[in-house]
Write a protein that binds this ligand. Structure first.
Ligand SMILES: [Mg+2]
Length: 117
């Protein structure tokens, strides 16, 4: 791992700061509204990523296809991941623990070897 690599824990911690900032800057009535807003944001960002993917496959309007860039798709992918992490934080989910558990589940399910460290 290089100094520039980010762990899930580091990313999650950074987004806790971002989430706290957003909740202070744009306060909502209560925790349920914050969770609702974060959930809708995931859906919104997923739609934007889907739009970029459709464009990359030449399945969008010509004007959109002309403006397609790989960088836009990567940005939208990052937006989806960020919005999902923000939602996980809002729900007090231990994201790293959940990912580890699911990776193990998937490896076990398909009889894959444990990844060597
Ligand atoms: Mg976006």
């Amino acid at each position: 791992m290089t100094n520039n690599d980010l762990t899930i824990k580091e990313i999650t911690e950074e987004y806790k700061e971002v989430g706290n900032f957003l909740n202070t800057r744009w306060p909502l009535k209560d925790k349920n509204q914050q969770i609702f807003a974060r959930t809708m944001k995931v859906v919104e960002e997923l739609g934007e990523l889907a739009d970029e993917i459709l464009t990359s496959m030449n399945l969008a309007r010509d004007t959109k296809i002309a403006s397609f860039s790989r960088e836009n798709m990567e940005d939208e992918f990052a937006d989806v991941l960020a919005s999902l992490i923000l939602l996980g934080n809002e729900l007090d989910i231990d994201i790293e623990k959940g990912i580890r558990k699911k990776l193990k589940f998937t490896r076990d399910r398909f009889g894959m070897e444990e990844k060597s460290k």
